[in-house]
Ligand binder design. Structure first.
Ligand code: NDP
Length: 322
């Protein structure tokens, strides 16, 4: 099994790396198992213009490199691989990367969430060049241009409404004749003169050589196909939290997001903390993920300190199982 780490952090987006910076500066010598997709969702973003401290913006991958360098500077260790299995049933907490076992007194889970994609050719080819899953991040680049939003849930409504502030027009493409979104959000969308809805329509492909120029749609009722001219396609068909490793161990909501106790990062297992998008169904921003990563490191540090002081189970704030 080898030495027992004070803290192992699983995942290396803004939440995990901020937790690493704080844990490292607290002398906990964290080990970050960063995953093969190290850096998280920002690695597929281009310019980040809403992260405070970068008045001229910063490229997503470059920002994650800076986060990583800062964590490394204070003694964070990294393993670039995915955790394949965990066992949190006894102390120390244990996890495996293939056959290699790692043990820890505390674990911070920051495995993030992944945007769901349509799975069509043009989507991959034009990713970051008009295809996006984040209007808050990328909407500004399509100022005064026509754009498309795919999806019929609250995220699609929110993205579409946000985009009306800067874009010329917004077309929502939804596969049914009724939104899944809450009534109030749907009403706001339907009352907005800048938004048009294409009901019963699915995206067949995205057009454009270098950048998006249009979206091919098919009417699922009539079978008719046409192209909606657009400079961007925002895919808002939901997110998938990366929590399959923790099924049956950590409390999750119906969608698979980890549950944390209010105003903390405590999960239902003592010594296991969760931060970032893996437990955030509301904000999902780099800066909020970083903030919760800081919280997780502080929670872990205090929890470990209490264990050492013999205070026993300090984790009274453990998440409820409801
Ligand atoms: P949802 O799962 O609620 O909605 C996803 C939407 O995408 C559905 O309309 C679905 O269609 C559509 N969809 C799914 N897969 C495909 C596909 N392959 N092709 C085309 N369309 C597809 O996800 P959201 O991200 O919108 O919301 C997640 C949760 O977060 C919800 O509980 C929501 O209420 C909440 N939320 C709340 C907000 C708020 O209150 N301000 C803001 C944002 C999210 P169909 O309807 O046919 O299944």
């Amino acid at each position: 099994m080898g030495d027992v780490n004070e803290v192992v952090i699983i995942g290396s987006g803004p939440a995990g790396l901020t937790a690493a910076i704080y844990a490292a500066r607290a002398g906990l010598e964290p080990l970050v198992i960063e995953g093969y997709g190290a850096g998280g969702q920002l690695m597929i973003t281009t310019d980040v213009e809403n992260y405070p401290g970068f008045p001229d913006g910063v490229q997503g991958p470059e920002m994650m490199q800076m986060f990583r360098a800062q964590a490394e500077r204070f003694g964070t260790r990294f393993i670039t691989a995915d955790v394949s299995r965990v066992d949190f049933s006894e102390r120390p907490l244990r996890m495996w990367v293939g056959d290699d076992e790692h043990a820890a007194n505390a674990v911070i889970v920051s495995t993030g969430a992944s945007a769901r994609w349509l799975g069509i050719e043009g989507e991959t080819r034009l990713m970051g060049r008009g295809v996006s899953a984040c209007a808050t991040c990328d909407g500004f680049f399509f100022k005064d241009k026509p754009v498309v939003v795919v999806g019929g849930g609250d995220t699609a409504m929110e993205e579409a409404l946000f985009l009306t502030r800067m874009c010329e027009s917004v077309t929502i493409i939804h596969r049914r004749d009724e939104f899944r979104a809450s009534a109030i959000m749907a009403r706001r969308v339907l009352e907005n003169p800048k938004i048009t809805v294409r009901w019963n329509a699915v995206v067949e492909d995205v057009e454009g050589e270098e950048v998006v120029t249009g979206v091919q749609v098919r009417d699922v009722v009539t079978g008719e196909e046409d192209v909606i001219p657009a400079a961007a396609m925002f895919v808002a068909i939901g997110h998938q939290p990366n929590t399959s490793l923790f099924e049956g161990l950590l409390d999750m909501d119906g969608e698979g997001y980890l549950r944390t106790a209010p105003e903390s990062t405590y999960t239902n297992i003592d010594g296991v903390f969760a931060c970032g998008d893996v437990q955030d169904t509301v904000y999902r921003q780099a800066v909020t993920a970083a903030g919760s990563g800081c919280m997780a490191a502080i929670d872990a540090e205090r929890w470990l300190e209490a264990q050492e002081a013999g205070a026993g189970d300090h984790a009274g704030a453990g998440a409820s199982a409801d």
